[in-house]
Design a protein around this ligand. Structure first.
Ligand SMILES: Nc1ncnc2c1ncn2[C@@H]1O[C@H](COP(=O)(O)OP(=O)(O)OP(=O)(O)O)[C@@H](O)[C@H]1O
Ligand code: NI
Length: 307
């Protein structure tokens, strides 16, 4: 069953520059992706590629100056702001990139109990605290009394006790102890195995691969490839898009080869393929025409030359 489907999504922000002059920058464009029940989709890509904006668009928590086009379907039904508000925290759980999303005026144990939808709130909260190595005394603390790592573990607890059908985790693990990272990843896999769909945004491809079914590679505001996690192996020959291959080869445990050049800024995107200025395979056609996503060897890639 398809839990989440994003079709031709674009997000732009209107900003005031000098005086009353406005400018609009499009930070997500032409984005398609879907997640089935039972699936973990990892979303990777460099800083500023639009991963958090996508998460916020799905949750319905973008700021007021955002304009959204395209459709977001949850269980086959388009979601509008009213429905997003109704299912947020219940059917869709969110682990935000910033720990500032915790309610500053509520003790954290109560926040976790408040999220429990099935079973006894006190028991479920206790189990989650034990799983994430939070001592019982943390129950009565307020968010400002927590370290960054503890606050992250509280956020993960909140999402995992919620019984949500879709979990969106935006970089949930930086700064956490390796054992807690492993526990969190294991929990995502278990949630998916119980029928949940998990969208897992991360910088760490390597640690996401063992639990992910698919990987979506973001570049400059859109997906350039969606591949099976198993395609990320060896020298990356199974990957389709030159950027995914370059990203894979750039990992220290692989060839540690940096990618020359920079990701373009949203207000200065190249006319053709977004990656053409940095791509060794680029031809003159690549600088003129922006490729659409196309199916290729069981995955999807946005590249004219990929084979
Ligand atoms: N409220 C906003 N107003 C204007 N621009 C924004 C706003 N929020 C995000 N952006 C821009 O949108 C682009 C995508 O940002 P986003 O936070 O989604 O990146 P990201 O892929 O999550 O990066 P990171 O890996 O660093 O978290 C960036 O260029 C960012 O500056
Ligand atoms: Ni982000």
């Amino acid at each position: 069953m398809q839990i989440l489907e994003v079709n031709d999504l674009s997000v732009s922000f209107t900003q005031y520059t000098s005086g009353l002059r406005q400018r609009t920058i499009k930070v997500i464009h032409g984005l398609h992706l879907s997640i089935q029940a039972g699936e973990v989709l990892a979303v990777v890509g460099s800083s500023g590629s639009g991963k958090s904006v996508l998460a916020h668009a799905i949750m319905g928590i973008l700021p007021r100056n955002a304009n959204i086009n395209g459709t977001i379907l949850y269980k086959g039904e388009a979601i509008d702001p009213a429905r997003q508000a109704a299912i947020r925290g219940k059917e869709i759980a969110f682990i935000p990139q910033s720990v500032n999303y915790l309610d500053p005026l509520m003790q954290v144990g109560a926040q976790v109990r408040f999220s429990v939808q099935k079973g006894d709130p006190a028991i479920e909260q206790k189990k989650a605290f034990e799983r994430y190595q939070l001592s019982p005394s943390v129950d009565k603390l307020y968010p400002f009394q927590l370290s960054g790592g503890m606050a992250r573990r509280v956020l993960v607890s909140t999402a995992t006790v919620s019984g949500a059908r879709l979990v969106i985790a935006d970089e949930p693990t930086p700064g956490l102890h390796p054992a807690v990272v492993q526990e969190t990843l294991k929990q995502f896999r278990e949630l998916a195995d119980q029928g949940c769909a998990v969208l897992f945004i991360t910088h760490d491809i390597e640690s996401a691969l063992p639990i992910a079914d698919k990987v979506a590679v973001f570049y400059a505001g859109t997906t350039v490839e969606i591949a099976s996690a198993s395609d990320f192996s060896g020298e990356g020959h199974l990957l389709r898009h030159p950027y995914s291959k370059a990203l894979w080869r750039a990992l220290p445990q692989n060839e540690f080869l940096p990618i020359p050049g920079f990701q373009p800024h949203p207000d200065a995107l190249p006319e053709g393929c977004l990656f053409a200025p940095r791509c060794g395979m680029a031809t003159s056609e690549c600088s003129r025409v922006r490729p659409e996503m196309r199916e290729l060897r069981g995955g999807i890639a946005r590249c004219t030359h990929a084979s």
